[in-house]
Every structure is written in C-alpha cells, then in structure tokens.
Design a protein around this ligand. Sequence first.
Ligand SMILES: [Zn+2]
Length: 124
Amino acid sequence: MPTLQTTTVRCSFCAKDEKDIAQIIAGPGIYICNECVQLCNEILAGSAPDHAPAELPELPYWQSMSDEQMLDLLPKIAGVADQVETGLGTWVTRLRDRGVTWSRIGTALGMTRQSAWGRFSGEE
Ligand SMILES: [Zn+2]
C-alpha cells in the first residue's frame, strides 16, 4: 500500500477507518475496503445487465440513517475528501518531478497555470 501524507486511510465508499476494516485496496487517490468490495459484488450479482445507473443503490443508504448517524458520517466524508486532495497533490508532484509544466497540469485540471501552481506548489 502506498504511503500517504495523511495519518489515516479511509475507504472512499463507506469512509471507515483502515483500523476498522480487514483489508483496503488503493486506487489513484481513492481506496475501497473489503466490505465494500463484497457489497459491490452482491449488488452486481443481483443486477440485470441493462440495469439503469439511476436504480443502483448509493452507499451508504442515507435515506435509512438518523440525523445523528449522518452527522457522525460528516467528518469521515471530509476525511475522504482530504485524502483525495492529498492523492491529487501526490500525482501533481509526480508530474512535476517528470518536468511537466504547470501550464499542462492546469490545462488537464481545467484551470489556469497560476491556479494550478497556487493550489499545488506549496509556495507562497
Ligand atoms: Zn468501505
């Protein structure tokens, strides 16, 4: 598993902390736990090939959650967002290490060279 600058790795789907799950798989800036993989497999096994995307369930099932459960989840979702931002920064750093210009990085992200530099360079 790649080393992150954040202290905690969270599943990008259920927002559980890595210490509360058995296994976690890394993608580019995102993670998925074994429990979510299993649930996804169950959903995929039960769905028809022509299943419309709008009919697919959203994880977690917020409609059945209490306000307190949703409030408890908010900081975890924010942690996932921070994790994705850190992963994005790592990819930008790798591109800069390859000599890719801030202009090209900005274009790829739909922003100006100056905006990309300001967001990712770490310089003032
Ligand atoms: Zn998960």
